[in-house]
Design a protein around this ligand. Structure first.
Ligand code: SAM
Ligand code: SF4
Length: 441
């Protein structure tokens, strides 16, 4: 959004984003919709005419953060009743009744498929709030170019929604049915990003590799994006193991712009729990996939998501999870305590694992992953990697940081003339579990 001086025709909007990368991308779409309607960006809630929270409902903790923020915004609304406050995204979709009870002052409540209507909704909110949480299986926002931030990397939504209905997950309910953005729109958008100097695109979707538009599957899409001049690196998140097809593996193995990095959320290492989660694969099938990926894509980094304490998880199931973690040797992992979500298939099952046991299992899992991340990063010492420079490192004067092809953070002393967007060959000198300290090779 532009930063022109505010006036009545250009109300100021402040947009806060919670949750996943998809929400960050959605906020860029919201920003573009509002800019087209004449809105400008406010510096903070204090000078805003409209405050919007784009929210996440994946776990209770995510919702609590937003509820806490809403309590703060209640005070703002009290002192400046003319400010319009809106709740967007998955929480709006998931539990609007309960939210309206807790935050009756909300002016706008809009689900993920209602962003096109936001200017109208904000304009018409008066004594009664403006609410639109209809899911629309045709809405892809394909014609709206999001307000991308600066930087060498851009996140581009390739598909929306999810049809998998894992027993624990609200996403199919909050984001609706799976739909893919036409390849022509994606090509145009990524072409525009390349013209603006973006070097790396990350294709996004809740099950991004379920992408399909006519004859174009996700492997074919990757190859199409790779033809765009100026784009040097392509990544994607979050893929689902069941949609990791031979076509995708082949595209990753043969197209040099597609980076050797794959996120393969396993969730649990116990077949009993995987079945209860309705994940659609067994441990043996998952391990077979990992073996095929590793043999086709040498040096590939594999990461995962794990939930501890799903209903019915016994110590023996948890031990099966730690055994799989050791066997696969993930480069990194996102690990979560199970959080019961209303409306999901597992909601009625209950929550059999105590908070204490969940906490204990999570701590053990994090410690194990840290140990393994460190070992995997240390194994890189002495090796050379091409790093796409992103800018100054957070610490250390004159140090710059960027990512290796495997998406590991590399930090090194920048030489004269090294700029964001350059690719520099570096050698790894030392490693922590989170980054590689390097020197120019
Ligand atoms: N679609 C991706 C997949 O299935 O592989 C994951 C997307 S989801 C937004 C990100 C992660 O949140 C999931 O992989 C899962 O580990 C976690 N998650 C989802 N629902 C959860 C719940 N009810 N409690 C705890 N973690 C949850
Ligand atoms: Fe949720 Fe499963 Fe869909 Fe991932 S695949 S978003 S975990 S329902």
């Amino acid at each position: 959004m532009s930063d022109r001086a505010p006036n009545a025709a250009h109300p100021r909007v402040y947009l806060e984003t919670y949750g996943c990368q998809m929400n960050v991308a959605d906020s860029q779409t919201v920003s573009a919709v509002l800019r087209r309607a004449g809105y400008v960006t406010a510096d903070g809630v204090e000078d805003a005419d409209v405050v919007l929270l784009n929210t996440c409902a994946i776990r209770e903790h995510a919702e609590e953060k937003v509820l806490h923020r809403l309590r703060e915004l209640a005070r703002l609304k009290n002192s400046r009743p003319e400010v319009k406050i809106g709740l967007l995204g998955c929480m709006a979709q998931h539990n609007r009744g309960a939210i309206m009870e807790k935050a009756a002052f909300l002016d706008v409540v809009a689900g993920p498929d209602s962003y096109r209507r936001l200017p109208e909704m904000i304009g018409s909110a008066g004594f009664d709030p403006s609410i639109d949480v209809r899911l629309d299986r045709a809405e892809t926002y394909a014609d709206i170019t999001p307000d991308y931030g600066g930087g060498v990397r851009a996140y581009v939504t390739a598909m929306r929604g999810c049809d998998k209905f894992c027993a624990f997950c609200v996403v199919p309910y909050t984001r609706g049915r799976e739909r893919s953005i036409p390849p022509a729109d994606l090509m145009r958008e990524v072409g525009e990003l390349a013209a603006r100097g973006v070097k790396e695109v990350v294709l996004l979707g809740q099950t991004v590799n379920a992408y399909r538009f006519g004859e174009t599957d996700f492997g074919a899409l990757l190859k199409m994006i790779a033809t765009i001049n100026g784009i040097e690196r392509i990544r994607f998140t979050s893929p689902h193991p069941s949609d990791t097809t031979e076509s995708l593996i082949e595209a990753m193995a043969t197209e040099s712009k597609v980076m050797p990095q794959l996120h393969l959320p396993i969730q649990s290492g116990s077949d009993r729990i995987l079945a209860a989660m309705e994940r659609g694969y067994t441990v043996a099938e998952y391990l077979d996939l990992v073996a095929r990926v590793r043999s086709a894509i040498p040096g590939v980094a594999i990461s995962t998501d794990i939930i501890v304490g799903f209903h019915g998880e016994e110590d023996s199931d948890f031990e099966a999870t730690t055994a799989i973690m050791r066997e696969v040797g993930y480069d990194s992992a996102f690990m979560f305590k199970y959080s019961v979500r209303e409306h999901t298939r597992a909601f009625r099952l209950g929550d059999s694992v105590s908070e204490e046991d969940k906490g204990r299992r999570l701590i053990a899992l994090i410690a194990l992953q840290e140990e393994m991340s460190l070992a995997r990063n240390r194994a890189m010492i002495g090796r050379e990697f091409a790093v796409l420079v992103e800018g100054a490192a957070r610490r250390g004067r004159g140090m710059v940081s960027g990512k290796t092809p495997q998406f590991k953070t590399a930090i090194f002393a920048g030489a004269e003339g090294v700029r964001a967007g350059d690719t520099v060959n570096v050698r790894v000198d030392s490693a922590t579990g989170h980054s590689l300290m390097c020197s120019i090779a």
